[in-house]
Write a protein that binds this ligand. Structure first.
Ligand code: AMP
Ligand code: MG
Length: 486
């Protein structure tokens, strides 16, 4: 058997999930199997790369030892609370313990309806499967905590979206699929007993170091706040917009989850959104920190009955932790963004220089990845041109570059270059390249998909043969909107 399952979530009380088996698809074919990840999970990839493996990863064949289920959860979607969400198009097959001892969920996405599907078909179009594969593996290679992609399968069936689209099944791997919305499920039902069971489960699985502290639930809150504050700073260092930061799309493990309408910035603007349904800019690039705190406030509310028996005391404890979010997040963000210009947070003026640069980039509609990528080049050559030509109107950036060069005179050149190299990727999954891979994939050609995955495995390394993947989109290639593809 390809998977050695060791399931713990399925042992929890009935209200945590509904048991449901995947619905078979017509004629599945394997598009991509992640051999490296399989090895990390202690899975024999050659066993998985087989008829049996394809059967399991398409939902056509049950896997020995699996105990398939759809998880219960609620969530705030664009600020409005839905008490009844749950896995409507995902089925957790079970858990495996990897070679590093970390327990991980193996979940199929798009494997048919569940009791939580409401009016949905429980299926996924192929496009979102390819998008999630590329994005999540790129994020992992960029060093961002994230769910992973074990496999992308073409189902051979069609799904009804904007017309008929080819369907797919995606295998997602996560440290767990427990979300803020999972806590909200019990909180909304005033089920404090099971809320505590969930909190204990999460502590044992993700935060075992706090198990024996005086108030483990307060420690849990602090840990989740810290991980989310750091995670969102990492997104922003790279120009990543999550796009749908609903509380059901925020893990308590601190991994990025749900690559629906996400995107990497081309031209920088703090108000930038891509999601076709985010009309208010709630999840805009520059709003991700505050929204993270808003989501964590919803998390803290669910924990109140566990924090203290006296409610005002519980609220005061939670508020003190939530207040700390801004500081943790800002500190992480400053460290990561100042590194992008070769400076450290405590170097004088480093943050105000970042702010000035970002302001100039917003006005000049300059490409986020390329500006930072070209800074070392202008330093080495002494020419402004590699950077200034990325700006629609270069006057202000020329002033900034002059000030920046002067500033760098006072710090060690090699330290600067090393900071920039580590903070500024050469390759990010650009939206037009993802579209290209999806368009070809929908026509049965997976070459662009495979090539893009290959480039993005080493995002900080120059790869001369793939230099076209560094380039910003031409005006007619710019992607303006991305969709959740549900
Ligand atoms: P998401 O947009 O992935 O965050 O999903 C929000 C909610 O809608 C979750 O409860 C999903 O399970 C559900 N959902 C999304 N797409 C489908 C679908 N095609 N069929 C059934 N449920 C879905
Ligand atoms: Mg979701």
């Amino acid at each position: 058997m390809p998977f050695v399952f060791d399931n713990t979530y399925a042992q929890l009380p009935d209200t945590f999930f509904k048991r449901v088996v995947p619905t078979p698809v017509g004629t599945p074919t394997m598009i991509r199997l992640n051999h490296c990840l399989a090895a990390e999970l202690g899975i024999d990839a050659t066993r998985l790369d087989s008829e049996e493996g394809l059967g399991i990863l398409s939902g056509n064949q049950s896997a020995d030892g699996s105990d398939p289920l759809a998880m219960s959860y609620s969530g705030h979607q664009f600020g409005g609370f839905s008490p009844q969400l749950g896995d409507g198009r995902a089925i957790l097959l079970g858990e495996v313990v990897g070679t590093n001892g970390v327990r991980r969920d193996i979940q199929l996405k798009g494997s048919g309806p569940t009791p939580f599907s409401r009016r949905g078909d429980g299926r996924s179009a192929l496009g979102p499967v390819l998008r999630e594969y590329i994005m999540s593996e790129a994020m992992a290679a960029l060093g961002v905590p994230t769910t992973r992609a074990l496999a992308a399968v073409a189902s051979g069936d069609h799904v009804v979206r904007e017309g008929l689209m080819p369907g797919g099944v995606f295998t997602r791997v996560a440290q767990s699929h427990v979300r803020i919305g999972t806590f909200q499920w019990f909180s909304a039902r005033q089920d404090v007993n099971n809320l505590q069971v969930l909190a204990d489960y999460v502590i044992a699985r993700h935060y075992s170091a706090v198990r024996h502290v005086e108030n483990p639930y307060l420690a849990l809150l602090k840990q989740v706040i810290n991980r989310q504050a750091e995670l969102i700073a990492q997104w922003m260092q790279l120009g990543f917009i999550h796009g749908v930061m609903n509380t059901d799309n925020m893990t308590v493990s601190g991994e990025t989850i749900d690559y629906g309408p996400c995107a990497f910035l081309d031209a920088y603007h703090p108000a930038k959104t891509f999601s076709s349904i985010d009309h208010q800019g709630r999840y805009a690039f520059g709003n991700q920190g505050p929204i993270g705190q808003w989501n964590l406030t919803r998390f803290a509310e669910t924990l109140l009955p566990l924090l203290h028996t006296d409610r005002p005391t519980a609220i005061a404890l939670a508020e003190a932790e939530l207040d700390a979010f801004t500081n943790v997040h800002q500190t992480a963000l400053k460290k990561r963004l100042t590194a992008k210009i070769g400076l450290q947070t405590d170097d004088a003026n480093s943050w105000s220089m970042v702010e000035a640069l970002l302001q100039t980039m917003a006005v000049g509609e300059a490409d986020f990845t390329l500006v930072f990528r070209r800074l070392p080049e202008t330093l080495n050559s002494g020419s402004d041109e590699p950077v200034s030509r990325l700006f629609k109107q270069p006057t202000e950036i020329l002033t900034w570059l002059k000030a920046w060069r002067n500033r760098l005179q006072q710090v060690d050149r090699n330290r600067c270059l090393a900071l920039m190299r580590r903070a500024n990727p050469v390759f990010v999954p650009r939206n037009h390249r993802i579209e290209e891979a999806i368009t070809a994939g929908n026509e049965g050609n997976f070459e662009p998909f495979h090539r893009l995955n290959r480039v993005l495995q080493q995002p900080f390394t120059e790869q001369a043969e793939f230099s076209a993947y560094e380039v910003a989109p031409a005006p007619d290639e710019v992607v303006h909107a991305t969709f959740c593809g549900t």
